[in-house]
Structures are given as structure tokens and as C-alpha cells.
Design a protein around this ligand. Structure first.
Ligand SMILES: [Zn+2]
Length: 69
């Protein structure tokens, strides 16, 4: 199964962008996932399959607060 991505999640990829950055923010969800490089702000689109293969870990989840009750 693919991870449950959300807009605003930050992910770390296995290989660095040419700019040297590893971390990307998810900016668009659909058949393809839009990612923005946190280092150079360049945007790319990846299929869910490609992202699942290239992603190493979540750095930050958009909704990571613990339920309060
Ligand atoms: Zn970059």
C-alpha cells in the first residue's frame, strides 16, 4: 500500500536533488504528487509509484498533533 500523503507533509528522498537538497514538501495530490524542493523551491511531479520508490521517510507530517482527548 502507498503511504497516506497529505498536503504539507515533508518527505526525504533517497537521492538528492541537483541542488543538494533531500527534503521536499507535498504541494499537490492527485494521480500524480506535486513536490517542492525545500532547498531551491523547484517543483516536480511524481507518480505515486515513483514517489513511493524514491521516498526514504517522512520528515514532518502536516497533521502530527496528538488528539487532545
Ligand atoms: Zn532543489
Amino acid at each position: 500500500m502507498f503511504p497516506d500523503y497529505q498536503i504539507g507533509d515533508v518527505v526525504r528522498l533517497r537521492k538528492p536533488h541537483p541542488c543538494g537538497g533531500y527534503e521536499w514538501k507535498i504541494i499537490r495530490l492527485g494521480a500524480d504528487i506535486g513536490l517542492e524542493c525545500l532547498t531551491c523551491q523547484r517543483r516536480v511531479m511524481l507518480s505515486r509509484r515513483d514517489l513511493a520508490h524514491r521516498m526514504k521517510a517522512f520528515v514532518k507530517r502536516a497533521q502530527d498533533e496528538v488528539p487532545s482527548s
